[in-house]
Design a protein around this ligand. Structure first.
Ligand code: FMN
Length: 202
């Protein structure tokens, strides 16, 4: 069966976003392959609200017993989890904003990481319930942090993905994008080549 790719973007810079540009490059390569399918969810466009108590509580009520309001609230998370489960490869195009992931992407994880649905706790610790998937992170940054303690993004993303059962994670870095044109162009070129290599193997 062909690989189904879920591409999640979160740059607030629209067509000027470098992580969006890398996502577009990946999309182009995927289209060229033909046998792959791709769904794009742009979190900067749809702007999920912060997760709050009412929405969290709606998950704890059995589906048949939810009020009309709880049904609407629970549906957000249900839909995002169903979408993830319907795909084989999760591609996260991730800008670094203030040393972290965009709050829009955090709002997505806050709904996808759901106890009893995408992971469960056992006496041996948490067990991921999302099976047979891999993830690709396209990490775009103004500065250069990969492999240093200032790269809080990569461990955070890997921890969240690992918690729900996605431990096969590839990271493509495009760093130094605000450190002069030469550095930016070289970083983007290298990232595009890495994406080409990844897509060729999907
Ligand atoms: C609000 C904001 C905060 C940012 N914070 C950081 C940062 O902490 N470290 C960094 O290296 N670059 C930072 N940048 C630069 C982005 O990482 C850079 O624009 C990169 O291209 C990824 O974002 P993009 O996909 O939206 O273009 C920031 C950019 C914005 C707009």
């Amino acid at each position: 069966m062909a690989n189904r790719i879920l591409l999640v973007t979160s740059s607030i810079l629209g067509e000027h976003g470098q992580s969006n540009a890398l996502a577009s490059h990946l999309r182009q390569r995927v289209d060229e392959r033909g046998e792959l399918s791709l769904t794009h969810r742009d979190l900067a466009v749809e702007s999920l609200p912060h997760l709050g108590l009412e929405e969290l509580s709606s998950w704890q009520v059995a589906a048949a017993e939810r009020s009309a309001e709880q049904q609407v609230l629970a549906q957000r998370s249900d839909e995002l989890i169903d979408e993830l489960n319907d795909h084989d490869v999760l591609v996260l195009a991730v800008p670094m904003y203030n040393f972290g992931i965009p709050s829009q992407l955090k709002a997505w994880f806050d709904r996808v990481m759901r106890a009893g649905v995408t992971f469960r706790y056992t006496e041996q610790g948490p067990v991921g319930l999302v099976k047979g998937k891999r993830a690709v992170i396209l990490a775009a940054r103004g500065g250069e942090y990969a492999g240093t303690e200032l790269d809080t993004q990569t461990p955070h993303l890997k921890a969240m993905l690992g918690m729900i059962g996605i431990s096969d994670v590839s990271v493509v870095y495009a760093e130094g994008l605000a450190m002069g044109e030469g550095r930016r162009d070289a970083a983007l070129k290298e990232a595009r080549q890495a994406i080409d290599g990844l897509v060729a193997k999907l």
